[in-house]
Design a binder for this molecule. Sequence first.
Ligand SMILES: Nc1ncnc2c1ncn2[C@@H]1O[C@H](COP(=O)(O)OP(=O)(O)OP(=O)(O)O)[C@@H](O)[C@H]1O
Ligand SMILES: [Mg+2]
Length: 280
Amino acid sequence: MWGLVSAIIEAKNLTYDYDLGENVKINALNDLSLTVREGEYLALIGPNGSGKSTLARHFNALLLPTSGEVWVDGLLTSREENRWEIRRRAGMVFQNPDNQIVATTVEEDVAFGLENLGLEPPLIRERVAEALEMVGLQGFARHAPHLLSGGQKQRLAIAGILSMRPRCLVLDEPTAMLDPRGRGEVMEIVRKMNRRENITVVHITHFMEETLEADRIVVMDRGRVVLSGMPVEIFSGNADLASLGLEVPTIPRLARMLREGGLQVPKEVLNVDELVSSLC
Ligand SMILES: Nc1ncnc2c1ncn2[C@@H]1O[C@H](COP(=O)(O)OP(=O)(O)OP(=O)(O)O)[C@@H](O)[C@H]1O
Ligand SMILES: [Mg+2]
């Protein structure tokens, strides 16, 4: 059943068509195969309409393949009886923080999913406190979620997922509506969960800077995976991102220009610190 023991998400020959009725279909994923390894931090990038969100929704059984298969932590998404367990194990965070709030206090919001799982109240209280602590929102338990900042709201959404002890976090442009500080807060929590708790992360973003610390970047175009590699391979190699309408992040772009201008800047330079230490 499993090619690799270490695979946590596997899409096999996945095709998905949105059915608009009257025989009108939009093909969003086209025979796509992708394996996400356990513990991996995978950044998923690609132009608008390339199929990133459609793919992410398959990882959480919100969408089911038109053809092909998706496996999440050993569970086939198309089996009805697997659906809730898949949603618990692969929690999803969306772009708009306001759409993810379901309760009138922070603690009730985190407790919501746990109550649906049917856990006992003392265990729920313990898990809520633990999850709020993990995202740095301890002390906000009785606050009204709609009064939080955008970054705090996204951290609250992440806490709701963490309280369910997931194996995987699937984030679809979680920082798109946040200011730089909110973006930083969310990125820090996500990285911490990946490194400390070994939670697998699939992070969709249009902010190329956010992908620099990923273990791997997967680039999509027109419903397919067109590139896959470490950040240094994607941004410092010969990959033609411009033709996909994607930008190379500032530092690797600058490093390349300096190299072309004759300075000794190694190819691996991706961030400010690395650039400064290579120049000074
Ligand atoms: N609910 C829907 N009904 C019909 N077609 C859809 C729907 N959602 C997406 N599509 C189409 O499916 C294709 C893939 O869209 P998707 O939203 O997955 O792309 P994306 O890579 O997430 O884009 P973006 O960067 O804009 O978020 C596009 O052609 C899009 O128009
Ligand atoms: Mg999208």
